[in-house]
Write a protein that binds this ligand. Structure first.
Ligand SMILES: Cc1cc2nc3c(=O)[nH]c(=O)nc-3n(C[C@H](O)[C@H](O)[C@H](O)COP(=O)(O)O)c2cc1C
Length: 173
């Protein structure tokens, strides 16, 4: 039933059958550098202590900032924030330039926080595990924000932005 995997395009297409949420990751370094990028490889890892992870391409322009980050914030985006996801995935723009186009406020240690985001997890980078052409970046979460807007989550499926078919209302209680 399976076939030999011969190229990365096929690999990407097969992985694209898995629907994911979409996050916007922001980060700051101690010397004031900033990163902002769209990430769908986010997942929670540990409850006690609270840890999450995402995978970062070593070719990403954000890589040098992320591996030296002091603070990282992960924004779980709603459908209303597709413009943010597109902007943060634009090649040729620096993190600061990506942030110029969206409203943000400084969080702990100045990490940019995007208002209107239903859920945010922020914390300090933990382990960084190199694997293939990506780094797995763990984040020890110490700040959260939860204020669902009623809009369904932004999703990514078969290479396109979409929304879940069933959007369960969550009042955030
Ligand atoms: C929906 C979506 C999900 C993405 N997920 C990731 C990811 O998990 N890890 C990653 O390194 N890049 C991911 N990217 C690409 C980054 O957003 C990246 O910043 C963008 O391709 C531009 O990168 P550059 O500045 O290195 O050219 C994703 C892009 C999109 C549109």
């Amino acid at each position: 039933m399976t076939e030999p995997l011969l190229d990365s395009t096929r690999f990407r297409r097969v992985c694209g059958q898995f629907p994911t949420g979409v996050t916007a990751v922001t980060a700051t370094t101690a010397d004031g550098r900033v990163a902002a990028l769209t990430v769908n490889s986010f997942t929670s890892v540990s409850l006690e202590p609270a840890k999450v992870l995402f995978c970062l391409a070593d070719s990403s322009s954000s890589f040098p900032v992320l591996i030296e980050a002091e603070r990282i914030a992960i924004h779980i985006l709603s459908r209303d924030q597709e413009d943010v996801a597109r902007r943060f995935a634009t090649s040729g723009l620096s993190g600061a330039e990506r942030l110029e186009g969206v409203g943000w406020t400084p969080g702990p240690d100045g990490v940019p926080l995007l208002p209107g985001t239903p859920a945010i997890l922020a914390g300090r980078p933990g382990e960084i595990i190199t694997s293939g052409d990506h780094a797995i970046i763990l984040v020890a979460v110490d700040h959260v924000h939860l204020k669902p807007t009623g809009a369904p989550a932004l999703s990514f499926y078969q290479g396109r932005f979409t929304t879940p078919v069933v959007a369960a209302p969550d009042t955030g209680a």
